[in-house]
Design a protein around this ligand. Structure first.
Ligand code: UDP
Ligand code: MG
Length: 319
């Protein structure tokens, strides 16, 4: 059974010319070891997705493919972002593989965790999550924001796997499940748990990017967090309703109190408290409108049903 299982390792790449030579060497080494051990078939592939890079990324991928059929490539028509690029790769792999593993191009995900993921797959898991065992190597700021992110996500009703990013194995039928999720606003690590099936986790130590710069500056990270929350849950909308009810209640109490003060003849009414409430209510209204607008924007984009990615070219010799 296991000898014939085709593995596709899917790697999204955006301006990764600096890391690709080393990454491809490491992944090829890993693939050869897996084939030699008989855990995956010889038809297995390393699939690089070029996400509209401006540098020589696609040239490098094409050259790798020409030199060795273990390397495959998907060239997107333009930059669509990490999540869309990853989906493009997974959907290309779907009809060609028995299992696909997604990982970043910068080798921050420990390549050796792949063995354990495949073991879990053979033990019957359809989805295996790579989970970071520690964040020792992260700066305090990154650890604080990242772990806070998972906590807030769960609090707001988005079910995610703690400390799991997009390093995971998915079986073919799990990929088929994923292909039925039609949303344009992608947040894969929140969507995958919704697929179901048996899942497992594999712990790994996340290293540092060995070359090049992060393609996820703080601004993109915040946008990503927002995306995650609003595309997975409607809890923030409900919280607004709750907040509105609470404020109304407070207003009623305040009104009763003012009437009481007036009745006992104490007419020195608080100008300051009035000003404060005007500002507070104004702010809350704007905030609430913002949250609602956020969802309406999502609905707008979803109803357009735009393609999530367009592929210019696929380089893949089926094994
Ligand atoms: N990436 C992508 N498209 C983008 C931005 C990033 O395909 O628009 C890829 C990038 O090449 C890498 C992965 O997504 O393989 C994660 O990016 P990065 O390592 O820069 O993020 P970080 O690890 O700093 O969060
Ligand atoms: Mg990285």
């Amino acid at each position: 059974m296991s000898m014939s299982d085709v593995l596709y390792i899917v790697v999204p790449c955006y301006n990764e010319e600096e890391v690709l030579p080393e990454t491809s060497r490491r992944l090829k080494e890993k693939m050869e070891a897996l084939v030699a051990a008989g855990t995956v078939s010889e038809g297995s592939r390393i699939l690089f997705v070029n996400d509209g890079s401006q540098d020589r990324t696609w040239e490098i991928i094409s050259a790798l493919h020409a030199a060795d059929p273990v390397f495959s490539g998907v060239d997107l028509t333009r930059n669509r972002g990490h999540q869309n690029a990853l989906l493009a790769g997974l959907m290309t792999a779907k009809d060609r593989c028995d299992m696909a593993i997604s990982m970043d191009a910068d080798l921050q995900d420990d390549v050796d965790a792949v063995d354990k993921m495949i073991e879990e797959y053979h033990a019957g898991c359809d989805i295996v999550y790579g989970v970071r065992s520690s964040r020792k190597k992260d700066t305090f700021f990154k650890r604080f924001t990242a772990e806070g992110f998972y906590r807030v996500m769960n609090l707001l009703g988005a079910e995610t796997v703690f400390n799991h990013a997009d390093y995971r194995l998915m079986s073919r039928r799990a990929l088929e499940g994923l292909s039925q999720f039609k949303e344009a606003n992608l947040f894969l690590r929140g969507m995958v748990p919704m697929i179901g099936y048996r899942s497992g986790t594999v712990e790994y130590e996340r290293g540092e990017r060995f070359a090049g710069e992060s393609k996820y500056p703080l601004k993109k990270m915040l946008a990503f967090a927002m995306e995650g929350i609003t595309s997975l849950s409607v809890k923030p909308l409900r919280m607004i309703t709750g907040l509105g009810a609470l404020i109304f209640l407070i207003a009623a109490v305040m009104l009763a109190y003012s009437v009481y003060r007036w009745a006992v003849g104490d007419t020195v009414l608080g100008w300051a408290s009035l000003m404060c409430s005007v500002w507070a209510i104004g702010g809350l209204i704007l905030l609430s409108l913002g949250v609602i607008g956020e969802y309406i924007g999502k609905i707008y984009l979803e109803t357009k049903g735009r393609p999530r990615f367009l592929i210019r070219e696929v380089l893949d010799d089926e094994g």
